[in-house]
Design a protein around this ligand. Structure first.
Ligand code: XUL
Ligand code: CO
Length: 538
């Protein structure tokens, strides 16, 4: 009897996942909390739910035992429906949940406005190196660094990874992907930003507002949340950049601008159009294109030339639209070599610069260099920053770092003072980043689950870069590293060297000189001395 009851259930039980809509970033919470509910008592298995709903209708033999079981199962089903909709407050948080966006009191009670206390401070909730108003090389620290909080990591990061469920349940989250929840989250975002004392934030359209069944619905959702963000920003806070999320939804599985489907190209264009509009409306200073799935998994089924042409057309249309709506922000392309695709077209700074050059887009775009992406492409962050800088393309930095033993995008907060010092050398040589800045495209480790950790991570990342700034300034003021490099190339400071650099030396002339001079003297590169000078500044 029981076997018979469970038979159809086992078959149907696997259907459970078909009831879950597209798993986007925004409905991830709903998905995971629904699963939690299904697997927790009184629903030990997803099976029992279907059992309840389906078996009670299909049972053929109505003996007494069957009827009792049937009754129990049907009660089970009713109670599931009552309990499951709407999904509220996940487990044991003691947090306050509401169906509207109200939230009593502070989101981060007990966390004060973060202040600079200097290097002797042991307070984890204070800056030891970042002193916003202090001048370094004639510019305030806050103007060199122009820090920004990334909404997706800080407010949508759950700690989930391909092997495990979410680990972070912030008290203000109620497990829904409602507009009310999006608004409450936005309020938390601005309290966080204000307490941290930064002036900027970055977002994807789909992080901040729920997607919709249609583009119109998604746009309306976005408008509603953006209106609140505009109010909460006040006079001081602005987006460092906004962007469209063109990689989570299954429609983008072949890419957005490089999809083989013209309908997807159009949908992506419409999404970027709207994301540019809201970034402009919020006073955003830049707009980012990260080619989430603009790449390929196999060249055998890919027309790379056509896809790259499409990408260029897409970006040209973005430039035209930016001008049409009077958006003066910089358009930024963010290189990344792999992940999620096997090969991303914007591999690194050099590849992206060549793409822009080929399609005549050099004057219209700059680059957003992300340190962990640079290391994934086999470079140091410093290398990609310098490549961007010497091509006049350094526009923004996604401040994070990878793990030296891990070959993927771990998006960690930067803590290496040496790396930060090299990063800041590039930034100083660039004359700063404005209107770009440093966006913390970085997340807490999966195992860091306290609300306080969100602050500690940002404070540590900000202090690391502030310390890098101080060190880089020390190196520049000291001058010996600059002098070492200058001396190394001083043979080109001669009359002949100047002619070569001016493009006036042809091969015949150089051959004559080579014969005249004989075997050239070759000086030491002084690498260890350069490293010694660098280390002395840390
Ligand atoms: C992904 C990444 C993105 C972009 C914005 O690796 O860095 O968060 O910065 O889409
Ligand atoms: Co990034």
């Amino acid at each position: 009897m029981l076997r018979k009851l469970l038979q159809p259930c086992r078959k149907k039980g696997s259907d459970i996942y078909h009831h879950i809509p597209q798993l986007s970033n925004s409905n991830y919470h709903l998905f995971s909390s629904t699963l939690r509910q299904l697997f927790s008592p009184p629903f030990q298995t997803p099976c029992s739910v279907f059992q309840s709903g389906l078996v009670c209708m299909t049972l053929e033999k109505k003996n007494m035992a069957g009827r009792i079981l049937l009754l129990l199962l049907c009660m089970n089903a009713v109670s599931f429906i009552v309990n499951a909709v709407p999904q509220t407050c996940p487990a044991d948080l003691g947090g306050k949940c509401a169906e509207d966006d109200d939230w009593e009191g502070e989101f981060f009670p007990g966390i004060p406005k973060i202040k600079y206390e200097g290097t002797s401070s042991k307070n984890p909730l204070a800056y030891k190196w970042y002193n916003a108003e202090e001048e370094i090389l004639g510019k305030k620290m806050k103007d060199w660094l122009r820090f920004s909080v990334a909404f997706w990591h800080t407010f949508r990061g759950t700690g989930a990874d391909p092997f495990g469920a979410p680990t972070k349940y912030w008290p203000w989250e109620d497990g829904t992907n409602s507009i009310a929840m999006a608004k409450r989250r936005m309020r938390a975002n601005f309290e966080f930003i204000n307490k941290l004392g930064v002036d900027r934030w970055c977002f994807h359209d789909r992080d901040i507002a729920p997607d919709g069944k249609t583009l119109e619905e998604a746009n309306a959702n976005l408008d509603e949340v953006v209106a609140l963000a505009k109010e909460l920003q006040g006079d001081k806070i602005r987006p460092l950049w906004g962007t469209a999320q063109l990689f989570m939804h299954p429609r983008y599985m072949h890419g957005g601008a490089t999809s083989s489907e013209v309908g997807v190209y159009a949908y992506a264009a419409a999404q970027v159009k709207k994301a540019m509009e809201v970034t402009h409306y919020l006073g955003g200073e830049n707009y980012v294109f990260w080619g989430g799935r603009e790449g390929y998994q196999s060249l055998l089924n890919t027309d790379m030339e056509r896809e790259l042409d499409h990408l260029a057309r897409f970006l040209e249309a973005a430039v035209a639209y930016k001008k049409k709506i009077g958006f003066n922000g910089t358009l930024l392309i963010e290189p990344k070599p792999q992940e999620p695709t096997k090969h991303q077209y914007d591999w690194d700074a050099a590849t992206t610069a060549n793409f822009l050059r080929k399609y005549g887009l050099l004057g219209e775009f700059k680059l957003n260099i992300e340190c962990n992406h640079a290391t994934l492409s086999g470079h140091s962050c410093h290398h990609d920053l310098e490549t961007a800088r010497i091509n006049g393309l350094l526009g923004n930095i996604d401040a994070n770092t990878g793990d030296p033993q891990i070959g993927w995008d771990t998006d960690q907060f930067m803590t290496d003072i040496g790396e930060a010092t090299m990063v800041m050398l590039s930034v100083i040589r660039n004359g700063g980043l404005a209107p770009g800045g440093f966006n913390f495209d970085a997340k807490l480790r999966r195992e860091s689950t306290d609300v306080e950790d969100l602050f500690i991570a940002h404070i540590s990342g900000m202090d690391t870069l502030a310390r890098g700034l101080r060190n880089a300034a020390k190196l520049i003021e000291d001058g010996s590293l600059v002098e070492l490099v200058r001396k190394r190339y001083s043979s080109f400071d001669t009359e002949i060297g100047a002619e070569i650099e001016a493009g006036k030396a042809d091969f015949e002339m150089l051959e004559k000189l080579a014969k005249e001079w004989g075997e050239p003297k070759v000086a030491s590169a002084k690498q260890e001395l350069a490293e010694m000078i660098f280390q002395s500044a840390l």
